[in-house]
Design a protein around this ligand. Structure first.
Ligand code: SAM
Length: 321
């Protein structure tokens, strides 16, 4: 029963952390430990509510009080902007439109359609393009995950046989930068929408060129390999086929397509599928479903290998049609 009762209110814990991140509490405490009075003055919040928030955050082991001053714990520091492995923007992302859409899971369950589109009257990626601040938050959050998720990719597979490679839907370039640094001979391309590429603040490695392009239109490259990482899971089969066809036409003969995704027949992540369904109307696929999509678009699935956590690398060869 305890487990059940704690489940009912599990969102309380997330919203406590989300709210603290939103008001930059962790950033403030990272600069110097602070008393309640100093926090109230700096962050302009209600004293009684703040006391309860701080106590809750202490129970979650994110902050700690010593001699009347509040400190971040090591875990809490990850919610500061300055932490090299920060997850602050991800924490902010999940508590906004995603949370609102999840509250309408019942709509998605009844209709099979994404609650996001019912609520915001447009597909999620269109919404991001129309809301620059949201787009920035989304891509900072994606980069936070990418930094940790892709750091072992250059060792996990051998890229040395390729001369050129493109990361299509590569966001702000974390993945392709890891590969470019480990394989300096490789001519690398980062492809994403123009407004996404404009968000890039840090200099990319010298062997990475940015190309602003829409993957629903022909891509202006010809390369030995294309990476599609966490892209296809955003789209239903009709859209996924269009992306794969455009990749096919942008690849040299016998080039490789490298897909990185969760595979439901290997490690089930049904909650991730529900998230994709409420947001985008897509879901995490099985190996067979990828194999089928690939064979419809001129590829043969050659290899599947486990990567990190629930991620798998699928390597498919372009066959000549
Ligand atoms: C879930 S993110 C994955 C980003 C990155 N590959 C990663 O794994 O961190 C999906 C990516 O697809 C890009 N995207 C969405 N629609 C696109 C389009 N029509 N053309 C090109 N890129 C697009 C987004 O900007 C975003 O970078």
């Amino acid at each position: 029963m305890k487990q059940l009762k704690s489940l009912f209110t599990s969102y309380w814990r997330f919203l406590i952390v989300h709210t603290a991140a939103q008001i930059d509490l962790f950033d403030f405490l990272e600069r110097a430990p602070a008393s309640i009075e100093e926090i109230i003055e700096k962050l302009n919040v209600n004293e009684v509510v703040l006391k309860h928030l701080l106590q809750s955050l202490e129970r979650l082991q994110l902050i700690h009080c010593k001699n009347g001053k509040w400190y971040n714990t090591d875990l809490g520091s990850y919610l500061t902007e300055s932490h090299p492995n920060s997850y602050k923007q991800a924490c902010i992302l999940w508590g906004q439109e995603h949370l609102t859409a999840w509250q309408h899971l019942l709509y998605t369950l009844k209709t099979g359609k994404p609650a996001f589109e019912m609520l915001y009257k447009q597909p999620y990626f269109n919404y991001l393009r129309n809301h620059p601040k949201k787009l920035k938050n989304y891509h900072k959050a994606m980069a936070e995950y990418a930094r940790d998720d892709y750091n072992l990719l250059p060792q996990a597979m051998d890229f040395s046989e390729y001369q050129s490679i493109a990361d299509v839907g590569g966001g702000t370039g974390v993945l392709i930068s890891y590969i470019a640094q480990s394989y300096p001979h490789l001519k690398c391309f980062l492809i994403d929408l123009p407004e996404v590429l404009r968000l890039i603040e840090e200099k990319l490695p010298k062997n990475v060129s940015m190309i602003a392009a829409n993957f629903f239109h022909p891509l202006p490259i010809k390369v030995d390999a294309i990476i599609l990482s966490r892209v296809l899971h955003d789209w239903d089969d009709v859209h996924a086929v269009k992306i794969l066809e455009n990749c096919y036409n942008a690849m040299n003969d016998k080039a490789d397509l490298i897909i990185i995704e969760a595979l439901q027949d290997k490690i089930a992540t049904p909650e991730l599928s529900l998230n994709m369904q409420v947001m985008c109307g897509s879901y995490e696929r099985t190996s067979k479903e990828y194999e089928h999509l690939l064979s419809r678009t001129g590829f043969i699935l050659k290899t599947i290998k486990p990567y990190k956590e629930h991620h798998y690398i699928l390597i498919a060869k372009k066959v000549l049609l």
